[in-house]
Design a protein around this ligand. Sequence first.
Ligand code: ADP
Length: 648
Amino acid sequence: MVDVTEQRQAREKLEQTVSLLRATFDSITDGVLVVSKEQRLTAYNKRFQQLWEFPDDALQGAPDTQKSLEIALAQVKDPERFSARIREMYSDPDMEGVDIVELRNGRVFERTSMPQRLGSTIIGRIWSYRDITEERRAREKLERAASVLRATFDSIGDGVIVVDTNQRLTAYNKRFQQLWGLPDDVLLVNMDVTKAVTAAAPLVKDPERFITRLHEMFVVSDQVYVDTVEFLDGRILERTSLPQRLGSTIIGRVWSYRDVTEERHAKAEQERLFAAEQNAREQMEESFALLDTFLNNAPIGLGFLGRDLRFIRTNDALAALHGKTREEEVGRELREMTPYAASTIEPLMRRVMETGEPVIGLDMALEVPATPGQLRYWRVSYYPVRMKSGKVVGVGAVVVELTQERLAQVERERLLREAHEAIRIRDDFLSIASHELKTPLTPIKLHLQRLEQRCAAGQPVPPQLAQKALTQVERLTGVISDMLDSSQIEAGLLELERERLSLQELIREVLADFRPRSLHHPLEYEEYGEELVVQGDRGRLQQVLTNLLENARKYSPQKGPIRVALTGKGAEAIVSVADSGIGIPADQQAHLFERFFRARNAPVSGFGGLGLGLYISRHLVERHGGRIWVESETGQGATFRFTLPVED
Ligand code: ADP
């Protein structure tokens, strides 16, 4: 009897171990296939069967690997490579290797092949397959996501760099490299940031500040910083620094640099332009204010009109002429503002704009709304208004009023004429006065000589001789007393001696006195029925009537009749003396009663006279409260009338 207890115990132990191994073998997640040196299937586990989807009995009783290979080859994507790898592995028993097997159904296995050893002897080969489909997919997905992120990271316009809390560079993008001018092959990752900063500092304008700022920012904090970095080459980068987080932990800091050079330049340019525009506007406003001051205080009318002949600017003086205010006028058409003159002015302005030539100093006489009914005189000039380019954009009007000058000139001319007239009258007067004074002297002298001769010869002296001399003396006296009266009137010294007197009586006396001297002119008198009594100076009133009678006789060389009439009308007596002589031209009648005036149809050679009689008569009549006037036509005789207030 053999004690098999130990044997049995050993076998049981072995069985236990085998079953443990078997269970372990079947429970591992890799599919394992063990092949002997002779290429016979030694073992495989459940997972292997599952992975390759072998039917349960497929490998049962299959001593070689052929069948399993066939089943596998039918499933792999690249059977060639699959077999080649197997051959390669078997060619060298020591060889170990890992490769990837892709199946047609999309699954991916990681295949590990290693020698099976018993002690130091190689007794076979172990093939293990791990299904890495999910892992692979996850990795691919991750890689894709990472590549998208990377691409995004590299494609963004900002240069980004990430630094961990140990101040080591963890990532940066292409744009960062470009911005800092780093060659593609320079690897910054893992570099100490202090080194990188020191290397970059010379590129910027203020390196010291740049380094200090960066160090400030390296402090782990929640802080977000934004500032700008100016480069020596003129670029300006806007830098943003913010914490990098993983969940709620800060694991580093992200810096992003944005090139804002263009933006800043554009902004600066915009600000410059804005300032320039502002400046230009202020200057323009200043110029306009200045212009307005000049415009509005100018004593002349000034206005600017656009090509459409609307007022762009006008001053108070011009607007006032049109009867408008400046505000009313601006923006309105010339035609609307000056309807009375537009037909004259518009064509001129259009011509100025078309030819570019000014119209200067045009004289106009116009009635304007500001002063209706008054003709005023203007000198106007129109100038083309040009842009710097030379383009005519409108017309400027300058209107100077000449009315005052014109009136002054008219007045001056009138005064000059009067002065000439006065000189002429004085000269006439001198020559007439000399003539009038001298004329009686010659016959007086003759008469006196004849008287002397007769006396010397003891002959009798005929009274007519003395009478003739006396007549001439009277004529001389008349001339001299007219001159005296005239100067007394001028000096305001002529006195009147008034008394109650009957006009009928007075006229009769004068006519009786005059009749002998007017033998050649029939004298008619029409008396008034009622007694007309006046308060007057007898001698002076006789002088008035005598003067009218003498003129009627003197200026009637054809010796027509002289008609005297007296009438009463209300409180007035009217005395008239009419003749049928040379008459008086209409335009001379108004001046007839002026001192020294003589009508042009009464030359002194033909008629004599100083032009004082009517002047003295008017003065005397008016001093008596009456009026004197004439009605006449050239060649049709003249009727002089004067009135005197009568007493009840
Ligand atoms: P004179 O001494 O020249 O007559 P007057 O003052 O009496 O001066 O008259 C002024 C002028 O009036 C005269 O020179 C004459 O031209 C005109 N005149 C006066 N009376 C008559 C008249 N009856 N008929 C025409 N002209 C007259």
